[in-house]
Design a protein around this ligand. Structure first.
Ligand code: NAI
Length: 408
């Protein structure tokens, strides 16, 4: 149980050299109790440090496993200052009443720009020309060298990145068609086609922007490459598991596909010391990049803003909108009220029990919102500021309580 903490008592542990924007957002919001460490900690150090932290900000190297989190008795929130959240045991965090935030949109534009640049490079045959000149050759020729203007780009997955790319591609004079699992509002003059097969048969260049879900796993294999136009191009900056790489290599070998740009692979090296193995390495007409589609300074800066802002909203208002593992509640603060945040086991009857206890104690609820996810329920309630201490006392009697916090 915790009463509202003074801002200077709320301790932030930031690891792995987060962007300065993260600190700025926290400091501007009045949080100055920040330990900012430029690297990841080993497990023992992490356990020692996390014991005192209310919030922890990490990137991809810090493993927040259940046993680490079980030492984090004061922890209120986790921020992954990146896109992925695999490094955190999300279920364990939820069981312990800790929401996890990330930054899913911060690098959208970076990926879209790279893909458009790759489309242009592929259409000019730059990858193989660049390789030839590096080896001392001089392949000056306009064969298979085209502008992208007037070509049809087929976008598979018209979400954040796909739709952003659609706008950029049109501004270069490309025709945009797309296929998505659901009906999506077309931007500009883009046209949604009925099926992946239809898109593959119409597009001059195909690019994947789908998530890694069962329906996208190996969605591009020999059968789909065969459906593509003769002499077309292929780009994947989505997930490595979407493409059967051996089948892509066969399509490149046969000349069916004239070139490709691949940023993500079914098996990626864990560090720079491990060799990258792929049947695509031998092709000069394939741009290979080490999963850097979203890795730009601008994306890092945006990530710093986005996740730190989510920390502030959760700390100040109990707002869990966009949390990846936790019930999402976001309601405006009522004037002259105190806010109670009640995290509890998701079993029937908790809300009615709380409402009955409050009614018996004569506490009027000014606003109330409950959401559940998995085994956890999250209830946000605003009560008159004169009633908040009594309300907190009532909540202490609710057996299913995991955590309760009061904000004023
Ligand atoms: P998003 O969730 O905004 O969009 C994905 C779209 O794919 C949605 O519109 C969804 O309806 C659609 N979709 C889902 N299943 C489909 C199916 N079977 N067939 C057709 N469409 C389907 O995702 P966002 O942010 O645009 O990211 C797209 C991909 O890009 C993700 O896989 C993400 O991991 C990857 N990514 C890669 C980066 C890199 O560094 N290369 C950086 C950022 C994201």
């Amino acid at each position: 149980m915790a009463l509202s903490l003074q801002k200077d008592k709320i301790r932030f542990l930031l690891l792995e050299g987060l962007h300065d924007n993260a600190l700025k957002v926290l400091e501007d919001a009045g949080y100055h109790n920040i330990e900012n460490i430029s690297h990841a900690l080993d497990k023992e150090e992490l356990i020692e440090k996390i014991k005192d932290a209310h919030f922890i900000g990490i990137r991809s190297r810090t493993q927040l496993t259940r046993d680490v989190l079980e030492h984090a008795n004061k922890l209120i929130g986790i921020g992954c200052f990146c896109i992925g959240t695999n490094q955190v045991d999300l279920d364990a965090a939820r069981d312990l009443g800790i929401p996890v935030f990330n930054a899913p949109f911060s690098n959208t534009r970076s990926v879209a720009e790279l893909v458009l640049a790759e489309a242009i490079m592929l259409y000019r045959g730059i990858p193989e020309k660049n390789a030839t000149v590096h080896r001392g050759g001089w392949g000056k020729s306009a064969t298979n060298s085209h502008e992208v203007r007037g070509k049809t780009i087929g976008i598979v997955g018209y979400g954040s990145i796909g739709s952003q790319l659609s706008v950029l591609a049109e501004s270069f004079g490309m025709k945009v068609i797309y296929h998505d699992a659901v009906t999506k509002l077309p931007l500009g003059n883009a046209v949604q086609v009925g099926s992946l097969e239809e898109l593959l048969s119409m597009a001059d260049i195909v690019t994947l922007h789908v998530p890694d879900v069962p329906s996208t796993r190996y969605m591009m294999k020999a059968e789909q490459f065969a459906q593509m136009k003769e002499g077309s191009y292929f780009i994947n900056a989505a997930r490595g598991t979407c493409v059967e790489i051996d089948d892509l290599a066969d399509a490149l070998e046969s000349g069916k596909i004239l070139g490709a740009a691949i940023d993500v692979f079914p098996k990626e090296p864990k560090s720079a010391d491990e060799e990258f193995e792929s049947p695509l390495r031998k092709f000069d007409n394939v741009i290979l990049t080490p999963h850097i589609g979203g890795s730009t300074q601008e994306a890092q800066a945006n990530i710093g803003l986005e996740v730190a802002d989510k920390f502030v909203r959760y700390s100040d208002q109990g707002d869990t909108a966009t949390a990846v593992n936790f019930p999402e509640v976001s309601i405006p603060f009522k004037e002259n009220s105190h806010r109670l945040l009640h995290i509890h086991k998701n079993v029937p009857g908790v809300l009615s029990q709380i409402n009955r206890l409050f009614a018996e104690a004569g506490i009027n609820i000014l606003a109330q919102s409950l959401m559940t996810e998995g085994d956890v329920g999250y209830l946000v309630m605003d009560v008159d500021y004169n009633d908040s201490t009594a309300a907190l006392d009532q909540l202490k009697d609710v057996e299913e309580t995991i955590r309760v916090r009061i904000l004023f």
